[in-house]
Design a protein around this ligand. Structure first.
Ligand SMILES: Cc1ncc(COP(=O)(O)O)c(C=O)c1O
Length: 412
């Protein structure tokens, strides 16, 4: 690919089947290039109207909103809209709570589905909240232990006949390394174990193909690549074949078969409804739905193809020196092994990311050395990648990142 010219990137944009979608997102501050899709995705243009509509309902309907509007159905309705992007069926996903809370539900379900087994297997470098949730859950159940694999250790040999589940990040939050959902699910199933995937750094960027992989359980953030809004709701997936056997540990009234009968005993709602716990986040759901209606208008395969190409482009520009001296690609080279962002490496670390922000390029840093560029096939153009690499090149060539004000830069 001849990526050394900006003109070539312009030609790629002109031929991009997704080029019109970008106009459905708010552009942000003029001149600023946002590469934080791995953290907080762009705002759909219709989000303020959606929110305003709900505010109007709140004002006029108040409690009648529960019966006269569709507030209560949000988790299932949004889940059905999200499902195709995950490679799942509409009745296998609900949008609710946070990733941490949904992971607790998924782990508790796995413990319940594999009685007599004791080990949850995860990776020490997994996103910390996932580890904390697993530690908390293991502490509640006599005999259940968390077995953590060191970085780079093979996962398959760690699965044994005592393994309840693998609890894994689909994509590593520092390196962007992507696990093979199909292969690891097959390996776990061969030993009778389940797999729980945290899809946060993959969903909306790369294919997850949950049903094709015969996946069991999965969770993920709504606010990253999916553009669900800051602090917006997360989602949980469970394969249909598991639904009836799961009796939730975190049982709440919204997951009850008949919440408004107010009975004393818990009886799980049919299907994914049982994973709901509490009153849906109606306002936040309205914002997330604005994004999901954009997702519904695109072919996920086109999204994944373009996402791969954008990541390859950034890597190629760094390799050819457009990104300046001393920087290299740290994430996997092969697109099929990489998740939603490209990780670069430079000795200046967080100071480079801070200086780059002043140069109008928003990226993020994760210690010890990951400069993360979160990519979105919905709103990034190839020229944006070129411009970001060129600005990085300036920051590194001029050594602006060495200024004292950047040395205290924090990783947030
Ligand atoms: C992989 C992963 N899982 C979970 C979370 C946290 O999710 P929540 O705050 O919704 O529980 C994050 C946050 O960045 C994350 O990167």
């Amino acid at each position: 690919m001849d990526v050394t010219t900006r003109q070539h990137c312009e030609a790629l944009d002109a031929a991009d089947p997704l080029r019109e979608i970008r106009a459905r997102f708010a552009p942000g501050v003029p001149g600023t290039l946002y590469f934080d899709a791995n953290s907080v995705g762009a705002m759909p243009l219709t989000a303020p109207q959606r929110l305003q509509h709900l505010i109007g309902e709140w004002q006029s309907l108040r409690r009648r909103g529960w019966s006269e509007s569709d507030w209560l159905a949000g988790p299932q309705r949004l889940g059905a809209k999200l499902a195709p992007l995950l490679g799942a069926a509409a009745d296998e996903v609900v949008v609710c709570d946070t990733t941490s809370i949904n992971l607790f539900k998924a782990l508790a379900a796995a413990v319940q589905l594999r009685p007599g087994r004791h080990r949850i297997v995860s990776e020490a470098a997994t996103f910390p909240t996932d580890l904390y949730v697993a530690q908390g859950l293991a502490g509640l159940r006599e005999g259940v232990t968390l077995h953590l694999l060191e970085e780079g250790a093979a996962i398959e040999p760690a699965i044994d006949d005592d393994t309840i589940a693998l609890s894994l990040s689909f994509v590593d939050y520092r390196s962007a390394r992507r696990h093979d959902i199909r292969a690891l699910t097959r390996a776990a199933h061969a030993r009778g174990a389940l797999v729980i995937w945290d899809l946060s750094h993959g969903a909306g960027a790369v294919a997850c193909d949950l049903d094709a992989a015969d996946a069991d359980l999965a969770v993920g953030c709504g606010y990253k690549y999916l553009c669900g809004g800051p602090g917006g709701p997360a989602y949980i997936f469970a394969a249909r074949r598991l639904h009836d056997a799961i009796r939730p540990a975190l049982a709440g009234w919204m997951g009850h078969a008949a919440p408004f009968k107010f009975t004393t005993g818990y009886e799980p709602a049919p299907g994914m409804g049982r994973f709901l716990v509490a009153t849906p986040a109606v306002l936040a759901n309205a914002v997330f739905e604005a994004a999901l209606d954009i997702w519904a208008a695109v072919d996920p395969r086109a999204v994944f193809r373009k996402h791969d190409a954008l990541g390859d482009l950034l890597g190629a520009l760094v390799d050819r020196g457009v990104g300046g001296p001393g920087v290299s690609v740290a994430s996997p080279r092969a697109a099929e092994r990489r998740g939603g962002f490209v990780a670069l490496k430079h000795a200046g670390g967080a100071a480079v990311v801070a200086a780059l922000a002043d140069a109008g390029v928003i990226a993020s840093f994760r210690a010890p050395d990951s400069l993360r560029f979160g990519l979105s096939a919905l709103y990034h153009r190839h020229v944006d990648i070129w411009d970001a690499a060129a600005r990085l090149g300036e920051v590194l060539r001029n050594e602006t990142w060495r200024a004292p004000k950047y040395q205290q830069a924090k990783a947030i």
